[in-house]
Design a protein. Structure first.
Length: 500
């Protein structure tokens, strides 16, 4: 039955579609093939989440060689949840890709764009689905190399510099990850992550295992853009084509967080990571630093894409802060923010794609008084910004509510104040955009029209999702709490929609 092959079909669909894009030349066919592959992957991700919630872990063996000798795809609620985030954001972003890319990317590069996009999607899905540590590295390189190509297609020549900077930093991160995986293989003789989890306790006191953890943590943190290893991210998001910025902001760092969670909780084990090592203190310190320094940096940016890029670094601080609490509430906040931040940041970058389409730039000088001519675009920025701040009835409020609960549970009232102060800083930089758009003296924008529907509809789909999942939290909170209990090896509540 085809349902038994869903884990591998998840990865194969975009992988097969990618080289086909190189053979096509018509824009409509390129777009249709890419969108169909991404939408198919999203449907599969949803089915896998339902299966994992109802039946438990799904194991898929490739090539007939049973794990740990062969390569295994292993789907549980954690990676099924991340697969759904990645494919959903990819599909919605691709809805707007045709119109945006026609303006921002030269026609001769369209096949390269769609092929690279699908390869990047393939890599992200492969990282998430595989249970083989070396395959994590392989798929990481697939997604990274295609990301470098996507970023370099930006029409500003600085996109090439941004891509090269990301390549250098990404290569360093990948090297660290590969060294860490090599050390684990040297210790245990296996690469299967489930098998690693069973063998590592016997060598937990060795310096080699400590070194492996350190290499993996630093390498993943580079890919994650965890402060202060975030220097590649602002330029990459700023100078990439708008669709690429929206896609990467909603997916790439979320998959990196998943890899961090996977190695900490299901490979090394929480006892080792948080008892033998001071990981909680490290993550807490770096999370707070990211929230404060990146938010302050965002306030002083002149380019709105760059502003939201620094905002992403700050939001990743909230995500890592949740991990540091090592509690159900803290991990629930982290998992919720993976989903919620993907929605809000993809919506904001899509709104910027609308601005860029009409104005040719997204600096503050481009948007003075433009809120009257492009009300739908600016309302999308306002609602996405309110979600970023954490206003009630938006998804951002749900994430920060759980994060504050986790801090209060452990008596970290200073961290509560920092979380609230971070929201205040977010309000400041979001207000700067609102002020320029609606209250500043208008430049001559009388001939500027609202963005086309092909850009507005996907943008508002994401904006409305920010409100919908801020009101109806049954899916997101249900999956997040179930997964948090599972990661902490506590009795897990039944997932919404699953058969007990």
């Amino acid at each position: 039955m085809i349902s038994s092959h869903l884990p591998v079909l998840q990865v194969i669909l975009p992988l097969i579609a990618a080289p086909l894009c190189v053979l096509l030349r018509r824009s409509s066919l390129l777009w249709l093939l890419s969108f169909s592959a991404s939408l198919g992957a999203m449907v599969i991700a949803w089915l896998l989440l339902q299966q994992a919630g109802s039946s438990g872990v799904i194991s898929y063996i490739l090539g007939g060689w049973a794990a740990p000798w062969g390569i295994e795809y292993r789907i549980d609620t954690l990676n099924a949840y991340v697969l759904l985030i990645v494919t959903a954001i990819s599909s919605v972003v691709l809805l707007a890709a045709k119109k945006s890319i026609e303006q921002e990317v030269p026609q001769q590069h369209w096949p390269m764009f769609y092929a690279s996009y699908l390869l990047c999607l393939t890599g992200l899905l492969g990282i998430t689905a595989t249970a083989d540590a070396f395959n994590v590295f392989v798929f990481l390189e697939i997604s990274s190399l295609s990301s470098y190509a996507l970023i370099s297609l930006g029409r500003d020549r600085r996109a090439l510099t941004a891509s090269y900077q990301y390549l250098v930093m990404g290569t360093i991160g990948a090297t660290f990850i590969l060294i860490g995986i090599g050390l684990l293989y040297m210790l245990t003789g296996t690469l299967n992550m489930n098998d690693l989890a069973q063998r590592l306790p016997a060598v937990a006191q060795t310096k080699t295992m400590l070194s492996a953890f350190a290499f993996l943590f630093v390498g993943i943190s580079l890919k994650l853009a965890l402060f202060p290893l975030h220097l590649w991210l602002p330029n990459a998001y700023t100078y990439a084509p708008s669709i690429v910025s929206a896609f990467l902001a909603g997916t790439a760092t979320k998959v990196a967080v998943y890899v961090l969670l996977r190695f900490i909780f299901t490979v090394f084990g929480a006892d080792y990571a948080f008892s033998v090592l001071p990981l909680a203190e490290i993550l807490m310190l770096l999370g707070v630093a990211a929230i404060l320094f990146a938010s302050l940096s965002a306030i002083y940016q002149d380019n709105i894409k760059r502003l939201f890029a620094y905002s992403s670094v700050a939001q990743l601080g909230y995500i890592t802060l949740g991990i540091s609490f090592l509690s159900v509430s803290g991990l629930s906040a982290t998992l919720l923010h993976l989903f919620n931040h993907a929605l809000m940041k993809a919506a904001l970058f899509m709104a910027l794609a609308c601005l860029l389409y009409r104005q040719g730039g997204v600096k503050f000088s481009h948007v003075k008084g433009l809120g009257r001519q492009m009300p739908w675009t600016f309302m999308a920025i306002v609602i996405g910004g309110l979600s970023l701040v954490g206003v009630p009835l938006t998804v951002g409020f749900i994430s920060k509510w759980y994060l504050i609960l986790a801090a209060i549970e452990q008596g970290h009232f200073v961290l509560v104040a920092i979380i609230l102060f971070g929201s205040l800083l977010a309000l400041v930089y979001v207000w700067r955009i609102v002020e320029q758009g609606f209250f500043s003296a208008s430049d001559d924008h009388t001939d500027v029209k609202e963005a086309p529907l092909s850009l507005l509809l996907p943008t508002w789909l994401l904006v409305l999702a920010n409100i919908w999942f801020g009101i109806d939290t049954s899916l997101t909170v249900g999956v997040a709490e179930h997964t948090a209990h599972w990661l902490l090896e506590l009795p897990a509540p039944v997932m919404p929609g699953a058969t007990p």
